[in-house]
Write a protein that binds this ligand. Structure first.
Ligand SMILES: NC(=O)C1=CN([C@@H]2O[C@H](COP(=O)(O)OP(=O)(O)OC[C@H]3O[C@@H](n4cnc5c(N)ncnc54)[C@H](OP(=O)(O)O)[C@@H]3O)[C@@H](O)[C@H]2O)[C@@H](O)CC1
Ligand SMILES: Nc1ncnc2c1ncn2[C@@H]1O[C@H](COP(=O)(O)OP(=O)(O)O)[C@@H](O)[C@H]1O
Ligand SMILES: [K+]
Length: 512
């Protein structure tokens, strides 16, 4: 699903009114009516007190339309205008008059120095103070009102975006943002829902289709895309009857050191489970027996050293190489990596210690084949791209880095983001149970196993991250986050594949 920027949404707005021959007031009516329908469907006329807080721009206008519909349908609603600027928008003013005409009284005006009205813990607050048009930090008295709303204990539904959040930068003051229980976002999810520094301002979000011009939505390229089942299904490559293991390639997994052979074992098992035809693990001598025992399906090559990787030499012809887990960052490992990279022409997936070695000597990055996949967690990423100011800067730096070295960089975490010079891909699957040792090694194995089968590196990364997260979600069934270990994720890769083809009803039934 495309994630449109604020500028694109304003453009879509304009094009929609032109092409559909409607006024912006009609579009506002349509958008806010969707918010009303959403609430009405859930509340079914319940007489819970609803406090609608409007700003003075079009987000406030949406709030006024919503309040009018709630009133017309007999809801117990109070409407307020937080009078934060003199420049009320045209559509706000039209709806300001309309609600007066309907209710026979003006909404309650909240000005500097005014107290917040009394709000019960069981009430509902609708936050329509600022939308995507916020352009500066709110005044202190407005912040005080916002804090009052946050502290009221009532459930908060934000219209379009939690008020106070900007589309493209961090809010100056964390207290100047509404903390929403639910955000009803018009037409497109907002990028800020998925970034660690801003995602926590809404617990849940949902998109409301407000009927913006289809052609514009289909034809416009966006800088970010949300990856769910709908996006990965077309990537999936089915198997043919006469395929054989050679069809699915040979993954070589290189890494490990004394005490860290498990990382290679996890990645190798994940590559096989993701569907690689053959997997060979390349480990120091000390890993030979444990690898053979733990994973009889894999072949094992050993380094001349018992303890660590000191040279990467093999006579096999792998399709793809996954490299770096548990390898250490010592001098010998570094030299082995450098010598190997100078000769290598195979596609690579690089993780963990190999990333740290390259971060310490960036000239090694120039040796990587185009479209090499790097899978850093934020700590590893910082060593590669430098310290960032905030999540937006992190994405910009990573994009520039990916473009400079022609790489694919996957920033791991909740909502793992795959950065390609042209676009970023945000994953929706996964859960905090996956914050456990070795789960990153599993991801490296999955991506390697997918490239091995013929997926191109970008597809393999986007699909692999999705499968990994889905396997993590499926592994969670019937247990808490705490008990999940990396091996559980591997054990659910098969179910993650099956889930790709389940209809939503089947998924629901299974959950019940
Ligand atoms: N296609 C769609 O998605 C549709 C979108 N729609 C809705 O439009 C919303 C965007 O509306 P918007 O552009 O009028 O801006 P909005 O967010 O209401 O607020 C900006 C206003 O507040 C002011 N202001 C700014 N910062 C301030 C501050 N710190 N402190 C005080 N004042 C501040 C600023 O005025 P200024 O004082 O700067 O002149 C401006 O007037 C969008 O989120 C969605 O809800 C639907 O109605 C139709 C379809
Ligand atoms: N809170 C979370 N939500 C979703 N996925 C998570 C979360 N925490 C961690 N993960 C996933 O788990 C993996 C952790 O990788 P990494 O930090 O490299 O672990 P390790 O080095 O132990 O293998 C990543 O794929 C990451 O996206
Ligand atoms: K809002």
């Amino acid at each position: 699903m495309k994630i449109f920027s604020a500028a694109q949404i304003y453009e879509a707005d304009k094009i929609t009114t032109e092409r559909q021959g409607i006024s912006s007031i009609e579009l506002m009516e349509r958008a806010a009516t969707q918010v009303f329908n959403w609430m009405h469907q859930r509340m079914q006329g319940a007489q819970v007190k609803i406090h609608v807080f409007c700003g003075i721009g079009n987000n406030g206008g949406d709030g006024l339309v919503l309040a009018r519909h709630l009133y017309q349908h007999g809801y117990n609603v109070d409407t307020y205008v937080v009078n934060c600027s003199d420049k009320r928008s045209k559509n706000f003013l039209v709806n300001y008059d309309r609600i007066k005409a309907e209710t026979k009284s003006w909404p309650t005006l909240i000005k500097k120095g005014d107290e917040l009205p009394e709000i019960g813990k069981d009430d509902i607050i609708v936050d329509a103070i600022f939308g995507i048009g916020i352009n500066r930090c709110p005044d202190d008295w407005v912040i005080t009102i916002m804090q009052g709303l946050n502290n009221a204990g009532a459930y908060i539904v934000s219209v379009d975006i939690p008020s106070g959040l900007f589309s493209d930068k961090l809010p100056e003051k964390p207290e100047a943002v509404i903390r929403a229980g639910y955000t009803l976002s018009f037409q497109t999810p907002k990028l800020i829902f998925f970034l660690p520094q801003t995602g926590h301002y809404t617990e849940q979000w949902e998109i409301l289709d407000i009927g913006l011009d289809r052609q514009y939505l289909v034809e416009t390229q966006t800088a970010a895309e949300l990856i769910g089942k709908h996006e990965v299904l077309p990537i999936y490559q089915p198997r043919e009857k006469f395929d054989h293991k050679g069809t699915y390639g040979h993954s070589l997994i290189i890494g490990g050191s004394h005490g860290k052979i498990g990382a290679v074992q996890l990645a190798s098992r994940a590559a096989l489970t993701a569907g690689a035809g053959l997997v060979t693990a390349y480990v120091p001598g000390c890993g030979y027996h444990s690898m053979q025992t733990a994973l009889p399906e894999a072949m094992v090559l050993t380094d001349s050293s018992e303890e660590e990787i000191t040279q990467i030499k093999f006579k096999i012809d792998p399709t793809v190489i996954g490299l770096g887990m548990g390898m250490g960052t010592g001098k010998k490992a570094k030299i082995a990596l450098e010598v190997f990279l100078k000769d290598n022409r195979k596609p690579l997936v690089i993780d963990a210690d190999a990333l740290n070695i390259m971060a310490a000597d960036k000239t090694l990055l120039e040796l990587l084949p185009e479209n090499t996949v790097l899978t850093p967690h934020p700590g590893e990423l910082e060593r590669l791209v430098g310290k960032w100011e905030d999540d937006f800067d992190k994405l910009e730096r990573t994009k520039a880095f990916a473009a400079k070295y022609k790489l694919i960089v996957t920033i791991k975490g909740a909502n793992t983001i795959t950065v390609h010079p042209e676009k970023i891909y945000i994953n929706v699957t996964g859960n905090p149970g996956m914050a456990t040792a070795g789960s990153g090694d599993v991801l490296t194995g999955i991506i390697t196993g997918l490239i091995s089968q013929g997926y191109d590196p970008l597809q393999a990364t986007v699909f692999g991250v999705y499968l990994h997260g889905t396997a993590g979600d499926l592994a969670l069934e019937g247990r808490g986050y705490q008990a999940m270990i990396a091996g559980d994720i591997i054990n659910h890769i098969g179910k993650a594949y099956v889930a790709l083809f389940k209809q939503p009803e089947q998924e629901q039934q299974q959950e019940e």
